[in-house]
Write a protein that binds this ligand. Structure first.
Ligand code: NAD
Length: 508
């Protein structure tokens, strides 16, 4: 099936869609778990029936290879949708906390209910238009939230197909697709949502977060940034090179977790380049431009942005570097001897260029990462556990992956998440569901408990004070008091236990 290009959604249509979603939510039909499961099954059929149409639309939009369409988008959402169907009862089960609370409260049924947040909005980027709209949609359906999705305006064929299929397979009273770009998102942000899941660049992320703040709306921001690789000399360098180059070539580097630059010990830089060349020749025996596996860049603006980064680098291009302007393709390109301040170390590359940055030691690498915005992922290639631990303890990033790149996206149990500049909130698999769920605390205090509760009512007396303050006043802190606030933990724990506490501060 090839969808016709769907025109931009008019602003009045968009407001009507929002009203319809609100009405459907209020009607209570999404509370029915079997309704949600049927909609999830419809989503699974949508993906399975149309995976070839999706491959074709992605190829039209930016030359994405059919294999990458399956393993990086359609197949991932399909698998996780089935997972949601199979586990929905478990995910939605309320949590009985009576065994974890103070025995005084256990008879009051302390419970966490998994409640739908309400109508939600999902805004997607261009680079994985199926994965990054339909996976959050899967989460919304499972959570019982009606949803509007706004796929990227840069992937017109895929977004049109998503529009056509969502309206064909799913209940249009609850799930709608809005076509368009800035104008539509701006209008959507004026409306009240219970949650917004935004995936894209940080610049637009700030616009979304600001608009959401005005309405006190819950937001998930899945942003990008520069993902560094730290290479140790204690490594199988050929394997490392192959895995890094693979992560870089996928979707022509237009992946949020694509390795952006490699901090490599200076003395092994050339050896690493030799291994990268070997891998490059294996991957692209007829050259990267002739290879059908090399994807294109989404549009001219991004194509020339990436080329300009390459033109302005002061590093040395050692692999690739050729471009096919007509097809907006650039060979997977490696640049060595890249120094801090270089054009390749400025913004997120989001294209098929790998910058190799020589450093004296791991401390210099860690210092460089620390001096820059928090990455979405840090990759570490090392066989040395002490080295791995050192990087873990001295970096902050959304995720931390040892000895591979990109592959973490395929593990449903690992969320995609940023920190600081790379965003906040969690996505992927069950996390896509949890984003749209409010864990609503509850208890039910029986009338029969009244005799035990009467002590809390005024007029307050000394007895009330003594009994109800007992926990605060008389419970021992399990660790000794720290006189020297700078002492380290080991010193503290070696000290003797404190003397028994005395009666503390009872007002007269
Ligand atoms: P983008 O920020 O240009 O666009 C994202 C969405 O915002 C699109 O739907 C677009 O129509 C809309 N938009 C664009 N400009 C807008 C404006 N001024 N006002 C309101 N809405 C606007 O992002 P992109 O170029 O499509 O995607 C690439 C970025 O997304 C990269 O930075 C990448 O790292 C990031 N990304 C992050 C993740 C993640 O999971 N963290 C995944 C994929 C991509």
């Amino acid at each position: 099936m090839q969808a016709n290009i769907v025109p931009d959604t008019s602003l009045s249509e968009l407001t009507q869609a929002h009203a319809t979603l609100k009405r459907s939510f209020r009607s209570g039909k999404l509370r029915d778990i079997s309704y949600r499961k049927l909609q999830l099954a419809q989503l699974a059929y949508l993906l399975q029936d149309n995976y070839i149409a999706f491959q074709e639309s992605l190829a039209r939009d930016f030359g994405k290879h059919p294999l990458e369409a399956n393993i990086g988008e359609t197949g991932v959402v399909f698998e996780r949708t089935l997972d949601a169907i199979n586990n929905l009862d478990k995910w939605l089960a309320s949590e009985d906390l009576s065994h974890e609370t103070n025995p005084m409260f256990s008879g009051f049924k302390p419970t966490l209910f998994k409640q739908s947040r309400g109508p939600v909005m999902i805004i997607g980027p261009f680079n994985a238009p199926i994965l990054l709209t339909l996976q959050p949609l899967m989460g919304a359906i499972a959570a019982g939230c009606p949803a509007i999705i706004k796929p990227s305006d840069l992937t017109i064929h895929t977004s049109s197909l998503i529009h056509t299929l969502v309206h064909k397979y799913l209940d249009s009273d609850c799930y709608r697709v809005v076509m368009g770009g800035v104008e539509q998102v701006t209008a959507l942000l004026q409306l009240k949502w219970s949650s917004i899941c935004y995936t894209g660049g940080a610049q637009v992320g700030k616009i979304v977060a600001l608009a959401a703040a005005k309405q006190m709306t819950h937001v998930t921001l899945e942003l990008g940034g520069k993902c560094p690789v730290i290479l140790d000399s204690n490594v199988d360098i050929d394997t490392a090179a192959r895995r890094i180059l693979w992560g870089k070539m996928i979707n022509a580097g237009q992946v949020c977790i694509s390795p952006d630059y490699v901090l490599t010990p200076r003395h092994i830089q050339d050896k690493f380049i030799t291994s990268l060349k070997k891998a490059w020749n294996e991957f692209f025996p007829d050259g990267a431009l002739k290879s059908p596996d090399t994807g294109g860049i989404i549009n001219d603006r991004h194509f020339y942005r990436v080329l300009s980064m390459l033109q302005h680098t002061k590093g040395e291009i050692v692999i690739g570097g050729n471009a096919d302007v007509k097809r907006r393709k650039l060979e997977v390109t490696v640049v060595k001897d890249v120094q801090p301040g270089d054009s390749l170390l400025d913004d997120e590359i989001f294209g098929p260029i790998l910058a190799v940055v020589p450093v004296s030691d791991v401390d210099e690498a860690l210092e460089y990462i620390e001096g820059n915005p928090e990455p979405l992922a840090v990759y570490v290639f090392s066989q040395d556990e002490a080295f791995k631990t050192k990087v873990r303890e001295n970096t902050i990033s959304g995720s931390l992956i040892y000895n591979d790149t990109f592959f973490q996206l395929n593990v449903a149990q690992l969320p995609v998440t940023g920190i600081g500049a790379s965003g906040y909130g969690y996505q992927g698999g069950k996390y896509a569901f949890e984003t749209f769920i409010h864990q609503r605390p509850s208890m039910d205090v029986p009338v029969e408990a009244e005799p035990h509760l009467s002590i809390r009512y005024p007029p307050y007396t000394q007895t009330t004070y003594d009994v109800l303050s007992q926990g605060l006043l008389q419970t021992e802190v399990p660790l000794p008091r720290c006189q020297d606030k700078l002492a380290n933990g080991k010193d503290l724990l070696a000290r003797e236990a404190p003397p028994p506490s005395h009666q503390r501060g009872v007002p007269s």
